[in-house]
Design a protein around this ligand. Structure first.
Ligand code: SF4
Ligand code: SF4
Length: 342
């Protein structure tokens, strides 16, 4: 059974406490599990959409970078271009946003090139995908330290290590593959025709007359409009949502991203918001801070984070359990784990 190392952190503890906890879980994991470390290990991060305030700030990763320097391991922050309109859609804009958000201590590498065109097809031969488009500079390395912010996600239920692998390591075309079956719908009587959704749609699928309308043939199901609508007038298409397809697609992409890698997962269950760090607006956390987790198993670490949530928040994140259940079925990891309290 995989082990998950856990150090609790109280809300508002500050950056020194977080660094102490992350260093402790990381070193304990490496020592206890006898993990061999490569000479170059990128840190998979999410640098936060412009306007978001609850992504994990880079100063919280200092003790992990210190550890790598002590071990003479070269590193970089590594990320991929996003699907939706925003400040992280191209390599240039993404690096600029990362630097503005303080990701300056080590280089930033955008793993799928200038516009998402650099990827490798990783063969998995599963139900939804035979092969997955994984960002080239991620596919090329043997080991990643996957640093995840555990929080909610409008489509996935929650985002943690598995989602960091699935969406976070996919080239733009791979993100599109995963979203292909999740097109939202407009609730006409709630729409105030403000046009915010149209501004954020990356493929111009929205027109606005008496109310906003989505052209289903153009929509790529990225869910950006749903995240930004200030009047909650856009909702998931629950028929498609209940098909479980999106969660299964995520799990298959995560399997591809982790294939043949000796990864380490460190998850920060702090500033736990209902929405994800791709949402370019401030959000208020809905659960107190929990702490830092480390494991070699992406499913076990997500399940351990989930199990520490307040029951009402856990209920809100329930859809994500489908990703873990299917991920376990296809060999990504285990929902059963031993928690090692530090
Ligand atoms: S953002 Fe929401 S309220 Fe504004 S036009 Fe779009 S659906 Fe309507
Ligand atoms: S209409 Fe479709 S493509 Fe456009 S923002 Fe909404 S989900 Fe994305």
């Amino acid at each position: 059974m995989p082990r998950v190392y856990f150090k609790p952190v109280k809300s508002h503890s500050g950056v020194e406490v977080v660094n102490g906890a992350s260093r402790e879980v990381l070193t304990k994991l490496i020592e206890e599990e006898n993990i061999s470390l490569e000479k170059f290990i990128p840190l998979k991060v999410h640098m936060g959409e412009k306007g978001n305030r609850t992504y994990i700030k880079p100063e919280n990763f200092n003790s992990i970078i210190d550890y790598m320097e002590e071990k003479k391991i070269n590193s970089s922050f590594i990320e991929t271009n996003v699907l939706y309109r925003g400040q992280r859609m191209t390599r240039e804009a993404h690096v600029k946003t990362g630097k503005e958000h303080g990701f300056t201590r080590i280089p930033i590498v955008i793993a799928d090139g200038e516009n998402g065109e650099d990827f490798k097809n990783v063969i998995i031969n599963k139900k939804h995908f035979k092969k997955c488009k994984i960002a080239k500079k991620i596919a090329d390395v043997n080991q990643l330290i996957v640093l995840s912010h555990f929080k909610g996600h409008i489509l996935a239920g929650f985002g943690g290590a598995v989602k960091q692998l699935a969406m976070g390591c996919a080239a733009r075309g791979g993100k599109l593959d995963q979203h292909a079956n999740s097109k939202p719908i407009i609730i006409p009587f709630m729409c105030r025709t403000c046009g915010v959704c149209r501004t954020h749609c990356p493929v111009d699928a929205i027109t606005i007359k008496k109310w906003a309308k989505i052209d289903k043939d153009i929509c790529i199901g990225c869910s950006s409009c749903q995240a930004v609508c200030p009047h909650n007038a856009i909702t998931s298409n629950w028929f498609q949502t209940f098909s479980m397809s999106f969660n299964e697609r995520l799990a298959e992409y995560a399997l591809a991203a982790a294939k043949d890698k000796n990864n380490i997962y460190v998850s920060f269950a702090l500033d736990i918001t209902a929405g994800c760090d791709c949402e370019g607006h401030p959000m208020i956390p809905i659960n107190g801070d929990i702490g830092i987790f480390a494991s070699t198993d992406p499913i076990a670490i997500d399940k351990a984070c989930l199990d520490k949530l307040r029951p009402d928040v856990k209920l809100l994140f329930w859809r994500g359990i489908r990703t873990l259940t299917y991920g376990e079925k296809i060999g990504l990891g285990s929902k059963n784990y031993d928690l090692v309290n530090l």
